[in-house]
Design a binder for this molecule. Structure first.
Ligand code: NOJ
Length: 675
């Protein structure tokens, strides 16, 4: 198609053409994207209500050994389409999700001899944009290596930013920084910002398959550029035409709560590829876990070994009595001897320690209506894991295991493999090597009808829509830092930043529910840095379809009234709304149970106590509900009096407003059940 045809199409679709630019607007005309070529170089810009969000920003690639794909383009074809489809999640924070956008596809072709083709696709949503590159099959490109993706985001000012730095040894496990954009260097995504006009933005990516994940590098002033985690030899992506890149995404909202209820990332992923999903079940678990983290028992075999047959049966009895679905058993297999978190040691994924009767315990669990949650700690020794994982998943399937927690502890570049010339290569946890590894694991797990809970993995880019057995992951600083983290663990504001950063990308196995907030006998310098009510509220705030009750059974037995909330709260939701949101300060989320008419509310605050007004208009009108309230007591204070909790019931209806009084680093958790 020539330029004349392109113009005709533009007129046909009443496509606004400004000079040489092509535009697409979101269905309600909230967000607009302009694409344009300047002397053959592709650029785009983004507006919200006509005001610039991203100014003229470059697009394109630098390639290895062949000419770059960044200049000399003309427009070959343009297609503009409208989409409005509502789809159903297998599980999640909302059952039905509307995928409502306008798409602009621009087929570019090089003017020179090679005449290579590249398509850029923009999707404009009312809550943001996604765009990606597609390199179609063509004679002039076969296999090729990307050395640099040139995608830029030229922002409009020195926005306030929440971020963690990329390329650090401990991967994503850092506290968030809160600085002006001008103090940012290279950061992981989600990267969240507040503009001077109180617009909230979050940058991320969707559907990272067979590509590297990206960080964002501030190249100058307020301009960020995609920075792909490289392979050991410096190549960013090894690929071949036809190929598509991940979607580069910007979520936008007037209120930070709007970021939480934006489903743009999921919408940009492919639909579910698993036909029979009946075996993929959200649920709750307990496990032999916290006791190792606080130092009460050990992963490795010895006098204090945690994963003994006897101890596992104790947890199974507890899980059965209180209706939990899985019992996680860590430290069950050979390989934990020595410095397992530092050495990339060789684990054996099919041989239990002699004091752990794997088959017997798994059967005991099944006999009691519970299942073992398996555990594969790889210590980032991928070669060792890949050699065994087929057998390891087959074994778990045979034993009736339906969920496996995987782990990749190890320094950022500890992943080692040998190429054909026997060179030792050290890979990042977030590069294409690991993206490919994780894809192999999720597909293998699906074959064995097993769901995954991935720790120290690649960040979530919404692949759970395509592979719903990819249920949850860690990839952030979770509860374990309160067991042994330096400087006392996670400070109070950590959990009020997470919902607007890490949690935007998907479910987080934060492992809440510690009710014995001090463990002085084992770790006198650490504690849970909130009140008891605050800890309960995390079950509503932090979504995970596999949700842990992380404390020791004896601690729950000592507080049955508090434990009741943890037993009641679901792990699968029909709907989610945000009542209050202020990044790093407070957040209130309400969620409707997927399997009943109950609603749940969770509200938390940072180190400042506060009162928030919660309208109950989300409840069905004309219906009475019993509110089962777990709130900070009058004298609650996270440092001196964190256990002061009031548990009470009130009859409420949708016309009422409740005052949520949150103590310092406190919270409130409420179950609303129809009377
Ligand atoms: C780190 C994980 O986050 C934690 O949950 C696990 O217990 C240890 N690694 C051991 O695998």
């Amino acid at each position: 198609m020539n330029y004349f045809h392109f113009l005709l199409i533009a007129i046909f679709f009443i496509l606004p053409v400004r000079g040489d630019s092509l535009s697409v607007y979101s269905p309600d005309n909230v967000v607009g994207v302009q694409f344009f070529l300047v002397e053959g170089v592709p650029y785009y810009s983004v507006q919200r209500f006509g005001r610039d969000v991203v100014q003229k920003s470059r697009l394109g690639f630098e390639l290895q050994d062949i000419p770059d794909l960044k200049t000399g383009f003309t427009i070959n074809d343009v297609t503009n389409t409208h989409h409005d489809v509502t789809w159903k999640q297998v599980w999640g924070e909302k059952k039905y999700i509307r995928n409502y956008y306008n798409e602009l596809r621009i087929d570019l072709v090089e003017r020179g001899e090679l005449k290579r083709e590249m398509t850029i696709v923009f999707r404009a949503y009312d809550d943001g944009i996604g765009f990606r590159y597609e390199i179609p099959e063509q004679p002039a490109i076969g296999e090729f290596n990307i050395m640099n993706e040139l995608t830029e985001f030229a922002l409009t000012g020195d926005h306030e930013a929440w971020w963690i730095g990329a390329y650090q040894w401990n991967r994503f496990e850092y506290l968030y920084e809160n600085t002006p954009l001008s103090e940012v260097d290279t950061v992981h995504t989600h990267f969240t910002l507040r503009t001077e006009n109180d617009l909230y933005l979050s940058f991320h990516e969707a559907a990272v398959v067979d590509y590297s994940t990206m960080a964002l590098e501030r190249t100058h002033d307020y301009t960020l550029q995609v920075n792909l985690f490289p392979w050991a030899d410096g190549v960013k992506v090894r690929t071949a035409a036809p190929m598509v890149t991940p979607w580069r995404t910007i979520q936008m909202a007037d209120d930070p709560g709007g970021l939480i209820t934006s489903y743009l990332i999921l919408n940009l992923n492919e639909s579910n590829k698993i036909e029979d999903t009946t075996w993929i079940k959200p649920g709750k678990y307990v496990g032999i876990w916290w006791e190792m983290h606080i130092g009460k028992s050990t992963w490795e075999i010895g006098p204090n070994h945690g994963a003994t047959t006897e101890n596992a049966k104790r947890y199974i009895d507890f899980a059965a009595e209180h209706n939990f679905d899985h019992v996680l058993v860590e430290g069950w297999n050979k390989g934990w001897e020595g410095d397992w978190y530092a050495d990339g040691v060789v684990f054996d994924f099919t041989t239990p320690y002699p004091d752990f009767d794997l088959a017997g315990v798994a059967q005991y669990a099944l006999d009691n209506g519970v299942r073992i949650m398996g555990h594969h700690e790889t210590s980032a020794n991928i070669l060792n894991y890949e050699e065994q994982m087929e057998d390891a998943f087959a074994l778990y399937e045979e034993l009736g295991v339906r969920a496996v927690k995987t782990g990749y502890v190890g320094h950022g570049t500890e992943i080692v493999w040998y190429d054909e010339d026997d060179n030792e290569n050290h890979e990042w946890h977030h590069g294409q090597f690991m993206v490919e590894h994780h894809q192999r694991v999720v597909e293998l797990a699906a074959k064995h009808r097993i769901s995954l809970n991935v720790h120290e993995g690649v960040k979530d880019t919404g692949l759970r829509r395509t592979w719903p057995n990819l249920m949850t992951r860690e990839v952030a600083r979770g509860q374990e830092y309160n067991a042994w983290g330096g400087e006392g663990g996670n400070p109070p504001d950590h959990v009020v930043i997470l919902p607007f950063t890490r949690n935007l990308s998907g479910p987080f196995d934060y492992t809440p529910g510690i009710v014995e907030l001090h463990y002085d006998e084992y770790r006198p310098d650490n504690r849970i840095n909130s009140t008891l009510a605050g800890e309960l509220a995390l079950y509503v705030i932090i979504h995970s379809p596999l949700q842990m009750a992380a404390d020791l059974p004896e601690n729950y037995e000592a507080r049955p009234d508090v434990f009741q909330f943890i037993k009641d709260v679901p792990a699968d939701w029909y709907d989610t709304k945000v009542l209050h949101a202020s990044i790093g300060n407070y957040v209130t989320i309400i969620r409707k149970d997927h399997n009943s008419d109950d609603w749940y509310l969770g509200s938390i605050t940072d180190e400042n106590g506060r009162i928030l007004e919660a309208s109950l208009s989300f409840l069905d009108a004309g219906k009475e509900y019993v509110a089962e309230i777990y709130r900070d007591g009058k004298n609650a204070d996270w440092i001196n009096n964190p256990y002061d909790i009031v548990i009470e019931e009130k009859v409420v209806d949708s016309s009422m407003t409740m005052q949520l009084r949150l103590a310092t680093s406190g919270g409130q958790a409420i179950r609303f059940r129809p009377l």
